[in-house]
Design a protein around this ligand. Structure first.
Ligand code: ZN
Length: 320
């Protein structure tokens, strides 16, 4: 094997951000999060870690039909019927932005499959609670389901999700009947949501990694997505299973596992990183800094790209 690409390829465009009514009228800042995170990365001078790619096409209604009913899609696009089922303030801007957040995840995953040496990153959230006929829990469309099915149809690849958001990612399980291709795209047992607190959470995560590792070595899983939601941290407003030490340990355990699997199979495991949840009314920067620390851990261990001073600085800023 040669070496991994140094920089994490980041699929971000300002189009995937919704500003309308989010800062003041929405509990969830998720529609703004891609922007806030990218700003924080810029402020911290982390350009040596991330390379940005912005010229990708948005999803269309046709893409959303892979995992949703036409009625729900039309309702959301037009602001009718159950368009508020995601519990977010609706706007044309929100409709526009979700077409890009969902596409960003798909493009990141596709790039990682075609260029396994490059770790890809989609700075997105607001997907894993959506259901075929409605949104739910600040989530509008099931981007992880849609991207997985598109990639299965295009390349015959199957993937696994390590969903470390503080809440169970029901989208995948809730979509299996609606689109049975999902059973090939994300096989049953490959939507890994660790549970428990602290050491128990870590054990549960390790079990998931072991299970998926076996399937990768058997040629049944071809890529992974690591969605390290910050709401699995104990200081989060609506989550909390892990203290800071254990939350960060999840990132290093994942990154070490990626290297081990790549070593064992003799080829780079395609990896995509995503954000998912994270809510703190008192200090949103703490949420962003957790995400950044997780990303830096992956950059350090998987890409051999380290920013030593930044890690120390971020620890101070989080104040936990
Ligand atoms: Zn969550």
């Amino acid at each position: 094997m040669s070496t991994r690409t140094k920089k994490i390829l980041t699929f971000y465009t300002g189009q995937q951000v919704c500003t309308d009514q989010i800062q003041n009228a929405s509990f969830s800042k998720s529609p703004l999060k891609p922007y806030l995170l990218m700003q924080r990365i810029k402020t911290k001078g982390l350009n040596t870690i991330f390379k940005r790619i912005s010229n990708f096409a948005p999803f269309t209604k046709e893409d959303f039909k892979i995992a949703h009913t036409e009625t729900y899609i039309n309702n959301f696009f037009q602001g009718e019927g159950n368009y508020l089922s995601n519990s977010l303030p609706w706007s044309k801007n929100l409709v526009h932005s979700v077409c890009y957040t969902n596409a960003a995840l798909y493009e990141a995953k596709k790039h990682s499959i075609l260029n396994p040496q490059t770790v890809c990153f989609a700075p997105v959230s607001g997907m894993h609670h959506a259901q075929p006929h409605r949104g739910s829990g600040f989530c509008t469309f099931s981007g992880q389901v849609i991207s997985a099915i598109k990639l299965y149809n295009e390349f015959g690849v199957s993937g696994a999700y390590f969903d470390l958001d503080g809440h169970f990612g029901n989208s995948i399980e809730d979509s299996r009947v609606f689109n049975p291709i999902l059973d090939q795209a994300i096989p049953v047992g490959c939507n890994i949501n660790p549970y428990g607190k602290n050491e128990d959470y870590l054990e549960s995560f390790k079990e998931g990694l072991k299970h998926v590792g076996k399937l990768i070595k058997a040629g049944k899983i071809h890529y992974v997505v690591f969605a390290h939601g910050a709401d699995s941290h104990e200081d989060d407003d609506i989550g909390g299973g892990c203290n800071t030490k254990n939350w960060l340990l999840c990132a290093s355990i994942f990154a070490d596992w990626v290297n081990e699997i790549s070593e064992e199979t003799g080829k780079f495991l395609p990896v995509t990183l995503a954000l998912f949840g994270g809510y703190r009314a008192d200090n949103y920067n703490a949420v962003l800094d957790l995400h950044i620390k997780s990303l830096l851990q992956c950059a350090k261990t998987i890409c051999q790209n380290e920013v030593k001073n930044e890690v120390v600085r971020a620890r101070k800023l989080v104040r936990i």
